[in-house]
Design a protein around this ligand. Structure first.
Ligand SMILES: Cc1c2[nH]c(c1CCC(=O)O)Cc1[nH]c(c(CCC(=O)O)c1C)Cc1[nH]c(c(CCC(=O)O)c1C)Cc1[nH]c(c(C)c1CCC(=O)O)C2
Length: 352
C-alpha cells in the first residue's frame, strides 16, 4: 500500500521556500542544477551498470541519487533525479538517453499526422516517479524537494530534431511554416508536462522548476507568440507550491518568462542579477524573486576567483525580492565536487 500524499503545510522556515516567497531567510539558500550527476563519484558508482532511463524508473535508485548531493554538500534543496524526457517515455514515445549525447528520438515528430498520433499520459503511467517522491519526502525531513519538468518548447525541440540541436532549425521551420501543427504539438506537450508536474506535486514535492533550456534560441516576439501560451498553461495548473521558470540565454525576455506564471525566474550567467531584477521589475507588483547565476565554468578557476564570483552573485541578488543561489546552468560533469561543497559553505556564511 502507498501512503497518502503529504498534504501537511510545508516547512515554511526552509530558506529556499522563504526566499521563493519573497521573504528573508536565515541564510541565502543554495542548490545546483544537475547537482546529482556525473560530478559525483558515488553517482558514477550506482549508475555503472544501470542505463539512465532505467534508473529514472527505479524508485530506490532515484531516492539514493537524489539524496547524494544533499548528504555531501548540505544544499538547501534536493532536486528529483529524473529527466525531462521521462514523461515522454512513460507515455510510450520511443526516446533514449545516449551517454554523452542526450535524448535521442527514434521517430522524430515533424508532420500533423505525427502530432495527431502522439499518445497522452495518464498519472498511473508515472507510478514509479510518484513512489520515488514519497520515499524522498520521508528521507528529506525539512529539506525541500524540487520537482521539475521540461517546458513544451524544449521538449518539442528534441521531438522535432530527433536529438540535441545547435540551431533548432527544423523546430523553427515547423513553427514558422505550419503554426497550426506547431500549436497542436505544444498543446499536447503541455498536457503531458502538466501531468508530470501534477503527479510530483500530489506525491509531495515542495516546489517545481520548469526547464525551458533551449527557449533562448528564440526572439522575444516568437517566444510570446509560439511558446508563452503553452508554458503558461503548464504553470497555471501548478497549485500550492512555488514555481521556478528557467531558460538559458533568455535574458532578452525575462519579463515574458515571469509573465508565463513564475514565482521565481531563473537567470543564466549572461545577465548580472541586479540587471535581471531591473528588467523584471513591474511597478505595482512585488519585487521579483530570482535564482542563479554563477557561471558553471567559474568552478574550473582558482578558488579565490570562485569566492569573488560567489560574493558578487550574492551581492547582486540583494537587489531582488528574494534570491536562491544557483549556477546559471547545470554542473559540468568534470567539476570537482569538493568545490561545490565549499561554495555551499561560503554562501551559508554570507548575509542574505
Ligand atoms: C535539456 C535537459 C535534459 N534533461 C534536463 C534538461 C533541462 C536542464 C538543462 O538544461 O540541463 C533535466 C535534468 N536531467 C537530469 C536532472 C536531474 C536533477 C538534477 O540534478 O538537476 C534534470 C533536472 C539528470 C540527467 N540527465 C542526463 C544525465 C546524464 C546521464 C548520465 O549520467 O549518463 C543526468 C544526470 C542525460 C541528459 N538529459 C538531457 C541532456 C542534455 C543530458 C546529458 C547528456 C550527456 O551529456 O550525457 C536533456
Amino acid at each position: 500500500m502507498t501512503s497518502a500524499p503529504d498534504t501537511a503545510p510545508r516547512a515554511t522556515t526552509a530558506p529556499l521556500l522563504v526566499a521563493a516567497a519573497g521573504g528573508t531567510p536565515a541564510h541565502p539558500p543554495v542548490w545546483f542544477m544537475r547537482q546529482a550527476g556525473r560530478s559525483l563519484p558515488e553517482y558514477r558508482d550506482v549508475r555503472r551498470d544501470v542505463p539512465m532511463l532505467t534508473a529514472c524508473f527505479t524508485p530506490d535508485l532515484v531516492c539514493e541519487i537524489t539524496m547524494q548531493p544533499v548528504r555531501r554538500h548540505g544544499v538547501d534543496a534536493a532536486i528529483l533525479f529524473s529527466d525531462i524526457v521521462v514523461p515522454l517515455v512513460a507515455a510510450g514515445i520511443d526516446v533514449d538517453i545516449v551517454p554523452g549525447t542526450g535524448p535521442v528520438v527514434a521517430a522524430p515528430v515533424r508532420t500533423s499526422q505525427a502530432v495527431a498520433g502522439l499518445p497522452g499520459l495518464a498519472p498511473e503511467q508515472l507510478a514509479p516517479v510518484a513512489e520515488a517522491v514519497r520515499l524522498l519526502r520521508a528521507e528529506l525531513g525539512e529539506t525541500p524537494l524540487i520537482g521539475f519538468a521540461g517546458a513544451p518548447f524544449t521538449l518539442a525541440s528534441y521531438l522535432i530534431e530527433g536529438g540535441p540541436s545547435r540551431h533548432h532549425e527544423r523546430t523553427k521551420a515547423l513553427m514558422y511554416s505550419d503554426p497550426d501543427t506547431w500549436h497542436a504539438l505544444l498543446g499536447a506537450l503541455a498536457g503531458i508536462t502538466r501531468t508530470f508536474l501534477e503527479v510530483q506535486i500530489a506525491a509531495g514535492v515542495s516546489a517545481v522548476q520548469l526547464f525551458d533550456s533551449w527557449a533562448g534560441a528564440l526572439s522575444e516576439r516568437d517566444y510570446r507568440e509560439f511558446v508563452l501560451p503553452h508554458s503558461s498553461a503548464v504553470l497555471a495548473a501548478v497549485e500550492g507550491v512555488p514555481r521556478i521558470h528557467f531558460g538559458v540565454g533568455t535574458g532578452e525576455f525575462l519579463p515574458a518568462m515571469r509573465e508565463a506564471g513564475a514565482d521565481v525566474v531563473g537567470v543564466d550567467w549572461r545577465v548580472p542579477l541586479d540587471e535581471a531584477v531591473r528588467r523584471l521589475t513591474v511597478p505595482g507588483r512585488p519585487a521579483p524573486v530570482v535564482q542563479g547565476n554563477l557561471d558553471p565554468a567559474v568552478l574550473f578557476a582558482d578558488f579565490d576567483v570562485v569566492e569573488r564570483e560567489v560574493r558578487r552573485v550574492v551581492a547582486e541578488g540583494r537587489a531582488a525580492g528574494g534570491h536562491i543561489v544557483n549556477l546559471g546552468h547545470g554542473v559540468l560533469p568534470d567539476t570537482d565536487p569538493t568545490l561545490l561543497t565549499r561554495v555551499v559553505d561560503l554562501v551559508h556564511s554570507l548575509a542574505p
